[in-house]
Ligand binder design. Sequence first.
Ligand SMILES: C[S@@+](CC[C@H](N)C(=O)[O-])C[C@H]1O[C@@H](n2cnc3c(N)ncnc32)[C@H](O)[C@@H]1O
Length: 185
Amino acid sequence: MKENTGILSDMCKKYPLTDKGPVKADGTPGHNYTETYESNFHDLRDKDLKLLEIGFGGGDSLKLWAEYFKNAEIYCIDNNLSRIGEYGYIDDPRIKIFYGDQSRPESLESACELMGVKQFDIIIDDGSHIEDHILKTFHTLFEKYLSPGGIYFVEDFLNTISFESESISEITYKEELTTIKKINK
Ligand SMILES: C[S@@+](CC[C@H](N)C(=O)[O-])C[C@H]1O[C@@H](n2cnc3c(N)ncnc32)[C@H](O)[C@@H]1O
């Protein structure tokens, strides 16, 4: 794995609606998850991969991923598509947004069916951050929709959740309440 180069953190300056970088839109510190992402994603940048993120927010993380992964298809599931209008149309044919409610496994499955994607290489859960939803989403997507060797991330959860997986590596940041969990398949 190559060293963290800070590219993703720098790119976040263009996409201030996401809190994944070191600084948020209002100038306060962000989660700085981009450091962890960079160290995991650096070698994958040019690959023709499929990334799924749960949680549209303001759409900036999707734009960030599309810029970082030049050859990737970026998919998003959110249960509130009205926000897409609020933040403007994302004019990038590689970004595809679908309705889905992560509290209901069948809704996640229907969204994946509609996407027509059998497996994703990277899945990021940055949705409701409700523990029950996180677990339902993990159990729905990890086995069936994450490709062999794929990586699954959960953002912003309290450090109380246990996943039924042998290969969990956990990175805890200094922030009091939020952590990012990485699980390799
Ligand atoms: C923190 S924002 C996502 C931020 C975005 N990923 C970023 O980094 O810019 C959380 C999103 O999760 C969505 N959400 C909340 N509950 C959800 C649910 N049950 N199913 C799917 N999406 C949900 C919200 O509508 C919101 O768009």
